[in-house]
Design a protein around this ligand. Sequence first.
Ligand code: ATP
Ligand code: MG
Ligand code: FE
Length: 348
Amino acid sequence: PVVMGIETSCDETGVGIVRGHELLADAIASSVDEHARFGGVVPEVASRAHLEAMVPTVQRALDDAGLTLGDLDGIAVTAGPGLAGALMVGVGAAKAYSIATGVPLYGVNHLSAHIAVDTLENGPIPEPAIGLLVSGGHSTIMMVEDLAGKVVQLGASIDDAAGEAFDKVARLLGLPFPGGPYIDRAAKEGDRAFVEFPRGLSAAKDQEKHRYDFSFSGLKTAVARWIEARRADGEDVPVNDVAAAFQEAVCDVLTRKAILAAKEHGVETILLGGGVAANSRLRGLAAERAEKAGLTLRYPRPKLCTDNGAMVAALGSHLVAAGVAPSRIDFPANSSMDVEVVSLANSL
Ligand code: ATP
Ligand code: MG
Ligand code: FE
């Protein structure tokens, strides 16, 4: 099926078009530069930027794919989770395109889309698979039993998301927003073993209740304290080393728990998804440990890890191919959409 996907959950206006697992277009307009000076995404600014970028980005995607709206078999749109006002722009646009053309509409989950995008790179996902979804708002271990409708959350962060920790630590180190890619780059020149920062929820006592959960706020505080102490002593902060040691702490727990989940559930495949899945150390360490454990590791290219429309189109294409019913045309955007809801049903 030929499916167009629309993504507006945060600061990226993304419109992707796929045919089956083939990526035909991936148009993106980002308002990230408008948010950078605030050190975080400003919801009102993001909504307005989506409104301005929506129609031109759809047009650009159609042009790139050499298609018209009439060629589509489905339109998928991120229904949630995300910023309410931002989501509303994408959902409103998708409904308008669907009504105008008669093409069926699918309201889908942004998080499942972060996992589904891998199909564009590596083909159908062997089910069940363990999804490690690490992004600006989430750090979740999911059991993907059926990408068309059955996804179960095994664990998640009990405080900050991994990407949020990257962005906060980057700020402490004086790196630009969003900090993840800058930490990644700085860490390449640093010493991972420079300091041993805490691995949240990894103590023996956490193994029962928080076996697959994460905590990154203690890590962020530990980094902040370390930097403060260093400055109080009048010494320079070795940015590259702190970045490397921090990144190692995050990647260590993420990969260890994802592999544990796979082993304990008898699952052979682990998928990385979300913006933090673009991190070079996470990819490297996960590959190392997966190989040792005899597991298959898959991840999409970095550009498909951060928010984009192709991921929404990829999930939509999977739903259409699986014969899942389209969503009711009057579904609402849901800023706190449940991780386990893959797409919105045809009924209320
Ligand atoms: P969610 O998907 O939970 O709604 P989001 O859509 O805002 O959140 P994404 O676009 O999926 O998040 O990911 C953005 C996050 O990924 C940011 O926190 C950013 O710093 C982080 N990130 C991007 N590239 C890298 C990298 N190379 N290393 C570490 N973090 C990265
Ligand atoms: Mg973004
Ligand atoms: Fe995202």
